[in-house]
Design a protein. Structure first.
Length: 747
């Protein structure tokens, strides 16, 4: 009999009303969220800027800490103290120039480390007015009047520092004239214990700002513990605001700006960021407008879609109901294929239902077993329906066998992992069932076998049974490894999922050992290893320096440390992968595709390592390969610099230029300029002038040529330029130098 459906209870009305209710709820939630976010937007933006300042402070503090450590290490270096003693005794003839070169090389290594943002390190010996830096030795007065000329830090300033009462001090940044027409903002740091010598580190202030402080439209300032400004991006910090924020931390709104302040734990410096309030206001207005537009658009689209989908779903359902009521099997004609399928099958389902019920009665036992296996496959679900196998309040425990296959060995044996897992399951089932008659053993996954043992049934000692199995499995260790995890005792079938979670977590703690492991309890492992973090930085520095022996030693120390800490095989392999990823990143930075493929291959092979020895044998060659790449690049750069110097030694008298030498070496002039500066400490023109003046001194000492002729022979076409350059480098005019040389030869 046909039943008429009331309009108000129709599927269309209910679906449409339901859609509208969902739209209303979502819109209400959206409006509430909008109101909350509107009130909290300002606070969130302030928190965001405070977090940016915190990151900047951490970067600056880490850098200042590293610089302090380097300066103290260099200050107490035996070679530096020995040089100071000899210079203080005025025994210049006893100075070990080889050790002096080692000091210079050590300074050059520190300066070349881009992470330290160092422009130079100067060792200033007071008694002899001598300076050692990355370019070698020089006179202190000439250095501070020439290479590092600054109005804020003249030669007299550094002389005065020997008598000041401090050990370590950071000075405000100032402009230094490194070469004529070129200045750089440097921040000096001085360390001294005695008035005999001091070490001055010159930090590149602009490069530090670009690296550590990336906040657009914001001004930045650093004040020391005495509230003295040692760095600021502009002169826009009002004095009234600075007096208001003095001695405070956090954020302060003053005038038209927000001031964010934080004090460094290492240095005691106060870091200040000044941001205009207009930026925060404009961001809030844009945010509010965007949310309002999104709300209106979502409501409109929701209503239209609700009406369309309600009608589309209601029409075929209405037709299906009519066909069922009248037992009609004609075509539905709906555009929705699922409704057509329902319509076509709905009448045959009644008959199939009767057939299935009869078959279920006959196959009850088989279906029950299938349900049990299915529950084990989906072991995280509720197992309360398995109580015909595990009676209520019956004590049990789970033993999980986690398999790891050595695929290469299995291929040589012509065996697949599925075959091996089948044999192992049958062997485990036979052994366990003999020792524990009421037990059940199943294979859950291709690499997981599970045994259920009931504690209320008599059986042998579980540890003894597993020990017998271990002897057999260790004999086959070249083909597979097994980690055995034993759960605690549980009393209810409802706890079956918890027992499985426990053995999974225990199996994950298996160590990197080439033997069967039996795990009976969970271990508490360290989440963080500061030792590893320090060694990783040291490892990367040695890679960049090309020290392959040191890299392999550091790598082995980190792996041994993780094994001593009892870390799981999974975490050790993950660490190995992270080290290989770091080496891949470094190798890719120098465009070595061939070696990159070798590193990627090693990354994939980590899963085939089943012992620490295998892992070391995999990682050590890769570390040596990447170190060799950096060493070859460094050697190539040294070779180019030496060849450029040789060209200047041979062609100094010609009208030679940076571009002409670069063309001879088949490299760009910019690259040659940077290379000469890094390797010699001076730029191209200074290097050429030094060679010419050295040759001029030889001609003035050994010939009677006029000053003009000497200048022409060494490449100066203008005698005035020659005299000016000669005096700049030697402190004397060519004529005065010749006279002085003759007087010295007569003595």
């Amino acid at each position: 009999m046909s039943v008429r459906i009331k309009t108000r209870n129709s599927l269309f009305i209910q679906m449409f009303v339901g859609f509208l209710a969902v739209i209303f709820l979502l819109s209400s939630l959206h409006w509430i969220s909008f109101t909350i976010l509107k009130n909290d937007t300002k606070g969130e933006m302030i928190k965001y800027n405070r977090l940016l300042l915190q990151n900047t402070v951490e970067e600056y503090e880490d850098l200042f800490k590293s610089i302090k450590s380097i300066l103290y290490s260099l200050y107490y270096d035996p070679r530096v103290t020995a040089a100071n003693v000899k210079l203080a005794l005025q025994r210049m003839d006893r100075i070990d120039y080889m050790k002096e070169g080692q000091i210079v090389n050590q300074i050059e290594n520190h300066v070349s480390n881009s992470a330290l943002n160092l422009d130079n390190i100067l060792i200033y010996f007071n008694t002899s007015s001598l300076i050692l830096d990355k370019g070698g030795r020089s006179d202190a007065e000439a250095a501070f009047a020439g290479d590092y000329n600054s109005l804020g830090y003249p030669f007299s300033f550094w002389q005065k520092q020997f008598n000041e009462r401090y050990t370590y001090r950071t000075f405000p940044k100032s402009e230094f004239s490194l070469v004529p027409g070129f200045t750089k903002s440097l921040m000096p740091i001085s360390i001294k214990e005695t008035p005999k010598y001091q070490i001055i580190a010159l930090l590149d202030a602009d490069r530090m700002l670009q690296t550590f402080h990336n906040v657009p439209d914001a001004e930045f300032m650093i004040m020391d513990s005495d509230r003295q400004t040692i760095f600021q991006t502009s002169e826009h910090f009002p004095e009234s605001a600075l007096s208001r924020v003095e001695g405070k931390e956090g954020e302060i709104e003053w005038g038209r700006h927000y001031y964010f302040l934080q004090k460094g734990n290492e240095t005691g410096f106060t870091y200040v960021t000044m941001i205009p309030t207009s930026i925060v206001t404009s961001q809030m207005e844009k945010f509010n407008l965007t949310l309002l537009l999104a709300l209106g658009l979502s409501i409109g689209v929701g209503i239209i879609c609700s009406h369309f989908f309600s009608r589309r779903l209601h029409r075929p359902v209405k037709q299906i109901i009519a066909s069922v009521q009248h037992s009609q099997q004609g075509s539905l004609g709906s555009t929705i294929s699922e409704f057509n399928l329902i319509h076509d099958k709905i009448h045959s389902l009644i008959k199939e239902k009767d057939d299935i019920q009869a078959e279920l009665v006959n196959q009850k036992s088989l279906l029950t077993n299938y349900g049990y296996i299915n529950k084990l496959k989906m072991i995280r679900s509720d197992l309360s329906d398995l109580q015909e196998f595990i009676r209520a309040h019956r004590k049990f425990r789970i033993v999980l066998y986690h398999l790891q296959y050595r695929h290469t060995s299995l291929q040589q044996l012509s065996r697949s992992p599925d075959e091996v897992s089948y044999y192992l399951r049958e062997y485990i089932n036979l052994t366990i069932s003999e020792s524990f008659p009421g037990s059940h053993t199943f294979q859950i996954e291709s690499n997981q076998i599970l045994s259920i043992l009931f504690e209320d049934e008599p059986g042998e000692d579980l540890q003894e049974t597993l020990a017998l199995l271990k002897k057999v499995w260790d004999g086959d260790a070249e083909y597979y490894l097994i980690s055995v995890a034993i759960s605690s005792i549980y009393t209810s079938a409802a706890e079956f999922s918890s027992a499985y979670d426990e053995v999974l977590e225990m199996a994950a703690q298996a160590e990197l050992l080439a033997e069967t492991q039996i795990i009976t309890e969970l271990r508490q492992l360290d989440k963080h290893h500061p030792f590893i973090l320090e060694r990783e930085k040291e490892f990367e520095l040695n890679l960049r320096e090309g020290n392959d022996l040191e890299c392999r030693e550091i790598l082995n120390r980190m792996l041994d440390y993780l094994q001593q800490k009892g870390e799981s095989a999974a975490r050790i392999k993950q660490f190995a992968k992270s080290m290989l990823e770091r080496m891949i990143h470094l190798a890719s930075s120098i465009n070595s595709d061939q070696d990159l493929s070798e590193l990627q291959k090693a990354w994939r092979q980590t899963k085939e390592c089943f012992s620490m020895e295998q892992l070391k044998q995999l990682l050590e060659p890769q570390a040596a390969r990447v170190a060799s790449l950096f060493r070859s690049v460094k050697n190539e750069q040294n070779d180019l610099a030496n060849r450029a110097s040789d060209i200047l030694e041979m062609r100094y008298a010609e009208d030679i230029s940076l571009d002409s030498v670069a063309d001879c070496l088949n490299i760009s002039s910019n690259y040659l300029s940077i290379l000469m500066k890094e390797k010699t400490g001076i730029n191209f023109s200074e290097h050429l002038n030094n060679i010419r003046i050295r040759k001029a001194k030889e001609l003035l000492e050994s010939t009677s040529l006029s000053v003009q002729e000497v200048g022409i022979r060494i490449g100066y076409r203008n005698v005035t330029s020659f005299i000016r350059m000669f005096k700049k480098i030697t402190g004397l005019t060519p004529g005065d130098y010749r006279k002085q040389n003759k007087l010295e030869s007569l003595r």
